[in-house]
Design a protein around this ligand. Structure first.
Ligand code: PNS
Length: 162
């Protein structure tokens, strides 16, 4: 039984994230998608809102669960007996950051193995930050995020919860 964890800010979850989740669900017996807040970014969604959205987005995948964490990822994987950390890689710029994180996670916990999946070319240009920018400027995001995410962003914009 191989358990993978796919951590991220998911602010918001994009179709690029969903592609990585779907592909991971075929490679591992169990995948836990864990939402956290990147301490260097100001989030649009609270962690519990991200969990609610992610649960809807992955509801068609039987071996995928959603959770959240607030501390170090290595503490989460130790506590939940996770075998592998899955990350998506879009470009060389991602590689530098991810290379550092994978190395530091392994330094913190030598059992922390990170596996990288290359993002599908369809989504290589996609990021949560760019989705938020297009949305704030009134551009179309329906090809970039699942419908539930667009709905949740519209609700946020109009001042409500999700
Ligand atoms: O979607 P993101 O912003 O690339 O996700 C980054 C995230 C949340 C996976 C990363 O910041 C993280 O693992 N944070 C948890 C805190 C931690 O363990 N930091 C040390 C990483 S070496």
């Amino acid at each position: 039984m191989r358990t993978a964890v796919y951590p991220g800010s998911f602010d918001p979850v994009t179709k690029g994230h969903l592609d990585i989740i779907e592909r991971s669900s075929k490679l591992f017996d169990r995948v836990i998608v864990v939402a956290s807040n990147n301490t260097s970014k100001t989030p649009m969604f609270a962690v519990d809102e991200k969990v609610e959205i992610l649960e809807s987005v992955v509801s068609h995948l039987d071996n995928v669960e959603v959770d959240c964490f607030h501390g170090l990822l290595v503490d989460y994987i130790e506590k939940h007996s996770v075998d592998v950390i899955v990350k998506g890689l879009r470009a060389i710029s991602d590689f530098e950051v991810e290379f550092q994180m994978a190395g530091m996670n392994r330094k913190l916990n030598p059992k922390a193995e990170t596996v990288f999946l290359m993002t599908s070319t369809d989504y290589s240009y996609l990021s949560s930050s760019i989705v938020k920018e297009i949305f704030k400027l009134g551009g179309p995001i329906h090809e970039l995020v699942p419908q539930i995410v667009e709905d949740a962003m519209n609700k946020k914009k109009s001042g409500g919860g999700i």
